[in-house]
Design a protein around this ligand. Structure first.
Ligand SMILES: [Zn+2]
Length: 264
C-alpha cells in the first residue's frame, strides 16, 4: 500500500502527535497533553511517549507478523513499560498516554485498530466505514480527578500508557484489500472537521484527492481561524482552539496513462 501523510502541531507548541508509515502499515498516535502542574510520576513527557510507543509498535509488528493488532499493541505497551527504565512510577494514573490508530496489510486483508479518540476511516464496496472509539466523549465530567479515576477502568475509557490490558479494549477489524478504495487514519485534530465543523468523511476524502493530506490540515486551520465558536458543544469538553493534526492516507491507484511507455 502507498501511504502519504501530513502532521503539524498546534501553533507555538511541540507536536504530541506522531506518525510512522511503511509499505505494509501505518501508525498514527496522539499523545495526551499534560496540564503543567499535574504529577505524572514520569520523568518523560507526551512527545517521548508517542515516539517511543511508535518504535515499540514497529518492533512488535516486525517480531510478531502473524499476531492480531490488539496483541501487537499489548506487546508494544509492555515494551514501553521497560523504556521508562525504572525511573518512573508506572502505577500513577496520570502517566503519559496516547491514542492509537493502526492499519496493517496482511495477505489479502487490511487489519485496523483504534484505541481512544483517533480514527480509522475507509471506503470499500459497502460505502464509508468510520471506526471511532467514543468512550472519551461520554465521560460524566472532564476534570482531572474524574479522568484519572476512569482511565483504563471498566466503564471509563482506554488509552495506551502503562497497562497492556488496555489493548484488549481497542476496536479492531479487517477489510478485504481488493475491495478497499480509500483509507485514512487521523488524530482528533483532523476529525474535528467532522465533529465540530460539519464536514462529512466523503468531503474529506475529496480534499485528500485534490490537495493531499496537507490540504486537509490547511482546511482544519482555516476552520479554526474562522469558526472558533463551533468548538463548543453542550455536555462535552470544549475543543482547544488549535490541536496537533495528523493524518495518513492511502488511495487506490487509478490508471491515468501518464508515465506509460509507448507500446512498440
Ligand atoms: Zn517515564
Amino acid at each position: 500500500m502507498d501511504f502519504a501523510f501530513a502532521t503539524e502541531p498546534g501553533p507555538g507548541r511541540p507536536n504530541e502527535d506522531h506518525v510512522i508509515v511503511s509499505g505494509g502499515f501505518a501508525i498514527v498516535l496522539d499523545g495526551v497533553t499534560r496540564p503543567p502542574d499535574l504529577d505524572t510520576g514520569c520523568v518523560h513527557g507526551a512527545v517521548w511517549l508517542v515516539r517511543t510507543l511508535a518504535t515499540c509498535l514497529v518492533e512488535a509488528l516486525a517480531a510478531e507478523p502473524a499476531a492480531t493488532l490488539d496483541l501487537i499493541l499489548a506487546s508494544a505497551i509492555d515494551r514501553l513499560r521497560g523504556r521508562h527504565a525504572g525511573r518512573c512510577d508506572l502505577t500513577n494514573p496520570n502517566s503519559p498516554s496516547s491514542t492509537v490508530a493502526i492499519v496493517r496489510e496482511r495477505g489479502d486483508q487490511v487489519d485496523y485498530l483504534v484505541l481512544c479518540d483517533s480514527s480509522v476511516v475507509f471506503e470499500d464496496g459497502n460505502g464509508i466505514t468510520v471506526v471511532q472509539d467514543d468512550r472519551t466523549a461520554r465521560l460524566p465530567a472532564y476534570d482531572r480527578h474524574t479522568v484519572a479515576r476512569l482511565r483504563n477502568r471498566p466503564g471509563g475509557f482506554w488509552v495506551a500508557s502503562t497497562d497492556p490490558s488496555a489493548a484488549a479494549e481497542a476496536l479492531t477489524g479487517s477489510v478485504a484489500r481488493d475491495n478497499l478504495r480509500r483509507l485514512l487514519l487521523c488524530t482528533d485534530g483532523v476529525s474535528r472537521l467532522v465533529e465540530f465543523f460539519g464536514l462529512d468523511w466523503a468531503e474529506i476524502f475529496v480534499l485528500v484527492e485534490r490537495s493531499g493530506p496537507r490540504g486537509v490540515i490547511d482546511a482544519v486551520r482555516r476552520y479554526e481561524e474562522t469558526c472558533p465558536g463551533l468548538l463548543t458543544r453542550p455536555g462535552h469538553a470544549r475543543g482547544k482552539r488549535h490541536d496537533d493534526a495528523t493524518l495518513a492516507v492511502s488511495l487506490v491507484r487509478t490508471r491515468t496513462g501518464i508515465g506509460t511507455p509507448p507500446s512498440r
